[in-house]
Design a protein around this ligand. Structure first.
Ligand code: KG4
Ligand code: ZN
Length: 347
């Protein structure tokens, strides 16, 4: 079974062909980074126009890289939300057109579900498992029991962790996206240099809060005695921020594992996915937590953690296997909580 996956929900125009035996035949990712860089973040209007302009070529390349034509495909999947609505509409319309013209099954995929299912593309993992989804827009713990079968155990009450990385990087004068920048510069810094807050640490649930940490970085940067022009200061703040963010995420994960085990006593796998899951310090922390709790830890390779078409194609395959096709009138969704029934609000 061969599925084409299309991803356009943020600032990557991506398409890939994946087979049900877990082979990634092509995985084309065109990043819009340079277009958004001058604005310090993703500009929705620019993103939508850029997707519109580049998606046909990206899809064509995904097919030629895989040495296939539309006639070889068994289905088409596209991110239908959550995300920036202009971009989502571009990808969804393209996928629907291909499905209509070539008479193929169509799959409307939740972007966060695609992240959550990615570890099953790269490793042999059974349902149910606990997923930590950490990206620019989300920080949540999800019990993943099957395609379209998810329970959110905890989420952020304010900012997402990726947002905290991006905003703190911006305060430190580092370019967008800030996550990889902070990770790189923190290697030269002292993680104990500044005592930054660990919001919600020790609370009984597994929710997150990151706005207080970001505000603490802002206050630190605004102090007259903080000399940002000295490289070591930036490195020390970056390292201290990263230490606080990963430590609190590790502690929240311990709570989440306890909650997950309460629901699925036999579950023993923690999966990390989404852009922030490419952070090595966070991965190490999560590995340590799983060792402590008797869980195995699985995270996709870095290039499949950030946004890509292969994860959308794979989610399409998972849906195909359980017969969960979608109709061509499926409406794009700027917001789409993972545990919301797929049919709810369908236009
Ligand atoms: O999943 P993703 O590619 O796009 C969204 O769906 O949001 O995640 C992007 C986020 C950005 O906030 C970026 O700064 C963060 O992931 N990120 C990282 C790292 N690589 C990407 N954060 C921390 N460390 C990294 N190495
Ligand atoms: Zn993402």
């Amino acid at each position: 079974m061969l599925i084409l996956g299309i991803e356009t929900s943020c600032d990557e125009t991506a398409a890939a062909v994946v087979s049900d035996d877990r082979a990634i035949l092509s995985n084309v990712i065109l990043t819009q980074l340079e277009e958004h860089k001058p604005f310090g973040g993703v500009v929705p209007e620019i993103a939508a126009r850029s997707h519109l302009q580049n998606l046909p070529k990206v899809i064509e390349t995904a097919l030629t890289d895989a040495r296939l034509t539309f006639a070889d495909l068994d289905g088409v999947a596209a991110t239908a939300g959550p995300g920036l609505i202009g971009g989502v509409m571009v990808g969804l319309m393209a996928a629907k057109s291909i499905a209509l013209v070539h008479q193929l099954p169509f799959f409307a995929i939740n972007h966060m579900e695609a992240h959550a299912l990615t570890p099953r593309l790269t490793e042999n993992i059974d349902f149910p498992y606990l997923a930590l989804l950490v990206s620019g827009g989300h920080s949540q713990f999800v019990a993943v029991a099957g395609p379209n079968d998810h329970k959110i155990l905890g989420t952020t009450i304010d900012d997402a962790i990726g947002e905290a990385f991006d905003k703190s990087a911006n305060l430190l004068g580092l370019p967008y996206p800030g996550g990889p920048e902070i990770e790189a510069i923190a290697k030269d810094g002292d993680p104990t240099a500044y005592d930054l807050p660990r919001p919600l640490k020790g609370r009984p649930n597994c929710d997150f809060s990151f706005s207080g940490l970001k505000t603490a970085v802002r206050k630190l940067v605004e102090r007259p005695e903080t000399q940002l022009q000295e490289g070591s200061t930036v490195a020390d703040i970056a390292a201290s921020f990263q230490a606080a963010a990963t430590e609190v995420t590790g502690e929240r994960t311990q709570q989440a594992i306890d909650m997950f085990k309460h629901i699925y006593p036999k579950g023993n796998t923690l999966v990390a996915a989404g852009g922030v899951a490419s952070n090595e310090i966070l991965r190490r922390e999560l590995y340590n937590v799983t060792q402590l709790k008797g869980f195995q830890f699985v995270a996709p390779p870095v290039n499949l953690c950030t946004d890509n078409g292969a994860m959308v194609a794979w989610a399409g395959i998972e849906h195909f296997k359980v017969g969960a096709m979608d109709s061509l009138d499926f409406a794009p969704r700027p917001r789409w909580p993972l545990d919301e029934f797929k049919t709810a609000g369908q236009g």
